[in-house]
Every structure is written in structure tokens, then in C-alpha cells.
Design a protein around this ligand. Structure first.
Ligand SMILES: Cc1ncc(COP(=O)(O)O)c(C=O)c1O
Length: 454
């Protein structure tokens, strides 16, 4: 079929879908549009997401959602899998190319599912995971007590040094004391580079396997703005929506250590190789039918992530994060590690302001600016209230603001935070004039600088 004919037929399908949606469920149709409008007019500074292009939505929405085909390409448990086999092979090839990996599994439904699949392929009951403490920026699936990883396995944790950076001496001491089977490096709220090579040395010294969870920094890794763990760690996992501009979903990658060619057979597990073991742990180990709409949307996201527009967006992400960090510091806000190397910063609200993360997040949201509260080291507040505020620039950079506009937004945020009068950890007052001015600045910036596709 010619490209034009494909385009015409897909447009007809999309139009039919919209007509059907509107006829069947105008209430839902209104909600979809309202959310789109909301996203257009708000300044999204959430560190854990990035804007997905419309092509991702259409790739995920057309044709593939109804296909059921358990298994892997060429080895399905249902008939009619010819196109989904081609789709999954294409997504795997693209994932391998964009990350320079040797093996990819594109089926995990999320970053958490990817981590669970690795954990359950590597660990036996009673084995130990060593991961970054939740309060120091780690993730639940890195062995937190509330997560299944913390309930089914023994866990040990490492934290930060006095400058707020990962304390590698502590990692080493914990590894030698607890002899974990799996060390996890990677974080949800850590603003600095992760020294994968140092983690490798510690893993080798203590006889552990190493999982690098790059959910937050996958885009930085692709664009060369952060060292890649692919050939250093045994396994690398990521979410596909946080910094890949893709759909909700997960991905597992193996480099030269974890691939069949490099790492070879799994010790003590005759006939197994890491790639096969990981694949089996995804299906049938921890998941059933893959979501092919998800895989289709990942497929276009990987393709776009391989292009120059993606890399220049990532450079802007880092640039904007630095601008915000410098302005916040100069204005007297306390930042963990006093700055950032990545897309995110964590404001420690205990310094100078004394308000809770909850109150800060709600006041900013009222003014059209989205951030999220986060616990900080030695936080006396619960995770629901928290004393930190996590701010990221993935969405901001997609608006391609001038430095002046970024600083204008930074200044507005500082003004809001400095004028909050907390009446408790979950209630506050903010002068009407401050709110109105902030709403005016933020909505004008958003209107002048719409989100741009890659
Ligand atoms: C470092 C890290 N790993 C894994 C996850 C889990 O990802 P998902 O929400 O896709 O399950 C997150 C999400 O917050 C994360 O920050």
C-alpha cells in the first residue's frame, strides 16, 4: 500500500473511532478533551512523566488493543499473531538499537513489573536485595517494606552522605555485611549522576548481580547526558513514559554481561541463559498476555528517541533544570545536593520555609503549576505529607521556553512558596493577589509556548 493510501485509511479509522466515542459516550469524550485542555494550560513540572506525542496515542489505540497472543514472536499460544509478531520484533529491535543493548523484553506493563520480573528471575526466597532507601530517593520496588520486594525477600538499604550524594562507602559496607544476591542502583528522586561503574565494582566484590533501574533517566542515557549502565549492569530496567515520551509501560534490557553471548549460562541453572530466564520471568512468570497497544506505542517512542530532535529535547531538559536550580538556590531555597545533573531537583522545604511538601504542592497546583511532594532524608513527616518537593523539567523543555520565560516561571514558583502561610501540614493560606498574579504568568507562558512534538 502507498504511504498516502495508508494515511487515508488510518485517518478514516481514527475519525470513525472519534464519531463512535462521541455517539456512545459524550461524557467520556468531554473528559478526554477537558484533560487535554488542562494539560495545555498547566505548567507540568512533574519529574516522573514526559509528554507523549499524538502518534503514540494513535499507535496504541488502533487495531492492536484487541489482540490476545500470549508468548513471544514465533512461539505464541494463540492464532492470528502474524502482525503482532512483526510488531514485537520491530519494538525489540528498536529498543536494542536506541539503548545499544543486546537483548530487550518490551512486554512489561510498567517499570514496577520490569523490576519484579528481574527480581523473581534472580532471587530465591531468603535472598537479599540491597537498594537505595526510599527516603533517600529510592523506589518502592527496590526493597521497600510496603512493596512485594520487601515482603518476599530480605532487604538492606544504603543512603546518602552528608552532601546528599549516594554514599558509596555505605553501599560497599552494606554489600559486604549482607551479601545481597541483587544490588539495585537507580532512583526516583535523586538529582545527581549515578556511578554505575562503582556499583559494578561493589557488586563484583560482594558476589552480587547488579540491576540498574534507569526509569527516571532513560532519556538522558539515550542522549549521552548520563553514562549508560547497559554493558555495566547485569540487567537494566526502565519505565517507558517517564523520560522516553512513550506510553505507560516498562522495558528490560541486557547488555554484554546479561546477554547470552556475554554472560553465558546462568550459574547453577543448567541450560538457562539470562535472556531466556528474564523472558520467562516476564511471561509466564509475572505477566500474562502482553499489551500490544502498549508495545505499538513503545515502538514509535523508541523510533523517535533515536532521532536528533529527542537528543536536543534532552539537552534542553538538563539546561532548564540547571536554570531552575540556580534560581531557586539564589532565592534561598534549599536543594538536595545544592543542584542537579539531571532533569530533577528536590527542594528541601525544611530549609528556610518550614512548610510541608503537601502544602507546597497544593498551593502551586492552585496556580496552575504541577509538582509533587517527596520525602527527604531524615524526614519527620509521613510520605503523604512529606517535607520535600520534587520538580522536573521533561514537560517544560517540550515547550521550548526562552531562558527568560524559564526564569519568570522559577520566580513565580519562589514567590508562591515564600508567601504560603501554612496553618497545618495540610492546610494553608495564600494571598489572593499572589495567586492571581501567578495564574496570569503561568497561563500566559503556557499559551505562548504550546507543547511541541519531537
Ligand atoms: C526509579 C523507578 N523505578 C520504577 C518505577 C516504577 O515505574 P512504574 O510506575 O512504571 O511502575 C518508578 C516510578 O515511580 C521509579 O521512579
Amino acid at each position: 500500500m502507498t504511504p498516502n493510501a495508508t494515511r487515508r485509511q488510518l485517518s478514516a479509522l481514527a475519525e470513525l473511532a472519534i464519531e463512535d466515542l462521541y455517539e456512545a459516550d459524550p461524557q467520556l469524550a468531554d473528559l478526554l478533551l477537558e484533560e487535554h485542555r488542562y494539560q495545555s494550560r498547566t505548567l507540568n513540572l512533574l519529574a516522573a512523566s514526559s509528554p507523549a506525542d499524538p502518534s503514540t496515542a494513535i499507535a496504541g489505540g488502533v487495531s492492536f488493543p484487541v489482540v490476545t497472543a500470549e508468548g513471544y514472536p514465533g512461539r505464541r499460544f494463540h492464532s492470528g499473531a502474524e502482525n503482532v509478531d512483526a510488531l514485537e520484533n520491530l519494538a525489540v529491535e528498536r529498543a536494542k538499537r536506541v539503548f545499544s543493548a543486546r537483548h530487550a523484553n518490551v512486554q512489561p506493563h510498567s517499570g514496577s513489573s520490569a523490576n519484579l520480573a528481574v527480581a523473581f528471575s534472580v532471587l530465591n526466597p531468603g535472598d537479599t536485595i540491597l537498594g537505595l532507601h526510599l527516603d533517600s530517593g529510592g523506589h518502592l520496588t527496590h526493597g521497600a517494606p510496603a512493596s512485594i520486594t520487601g515482603k518476599y525477600f530480605r532487604t538492606a538499604h544504603y543512603g546518602l552522605d552528608t552532601s546528599g550524594r549516594i554514599d558509596l562507602e555505605q553501599v560497599r559496607a552494606q554489600a559486604l555485611q549482607h551479601r545481597p544476591r541483587l544490588i539495585i542502583c537507580g532512583a526516583s528522586a535523586y538529582p545527581r549522576r549515578i556511578d554505575f561503574a562503582a556499583f559494578r565494582e561493589i557488586a563484583d566484590e560482594s558476589g552480587a548481580l547488579l540491576l540498574a533501574d534507569i526509569s527516571h533517566i532513560a532519556g538522558l542515557v539515550i542522549a549521552g547526558e548520563h553514562p549508560s549502565p547497559i554493558d555495566i549492569a547485569d540487567f537494566t530496567t526502565t519505565s517507558t513514559y517517564k523520560q522516553l515520551r512513550g506510553p505507560r509501560g516498562g522495558l528490560i534490557l541486557l547488555g554484554e554481561r546479561g546477554s547470552d553471548a556475554g554472560f553465558g549460562p546462568v550459574p547453577g541453572d543448567a541450560g538457562q541463559t539470562w535472556s531466556r530466564k528474564i523472558d520467562k520471568s516476564v511471561f509466564p512468570g509475572t505477566q500474562g498476555t502482553p499489551s500490544f497497544s502498549n508495545i505499538a506505542a513503545k515502538c514509535i517512542a523508541f523510533e523517535k528517541a533515536n532521532g536528533p530532535a529527542f537528543s536536543s529535547w534532552v539537552r534542553k531538559v538538563v539546561h532548564d533544570a540547571n536554570l531552575l536550580a540556580k534560581h531557586f538556590s539564589a532565592s534561598g531555597l534549599g536543594l538536595l545536593t545544592s543542584g542537579t545533573d539531571t532533569h530533577l531537583l528536590v527542594v528541601d522545604l525544611r530549609d528556610n520555609l518550614g512548610i510541608s511538601g503537601y502544602v507546597a504542592e497544593k498551593a502551586l497546583e492552585r496556580c496552575g503549576c504541577l509538582t509533587n511532594r517527596n520525602r527527604v532524608p531524615d524526614d519527620h513527616r509521613s510520605a503523604y505529607v512529606a517535607s520535600g518537593l520534587r520538580i522536573g523539567t521533561n514537560h517544560l523543555a517540550a515547550r521550548k521556553l526562552s531562558d527568560n520565560d524559564v526564569l519568570n516561571c522559577a520566580d513565580t514558583i519562589v514567590r508562591i512558596l515564600m508567601n504560603i502561610r501554612a496553618t497545618s501540614d495540610t492546610s494553608y493560606e495564600l494571598d489572593r493577589r499572589i495567586t492571581d498574579e501567578a495564574v496570569a504568568v503561568i497561563s500566559a507562558v503556557c499559551a505562548r509556548n504550546p507543547l511541541q512534538t519531537l
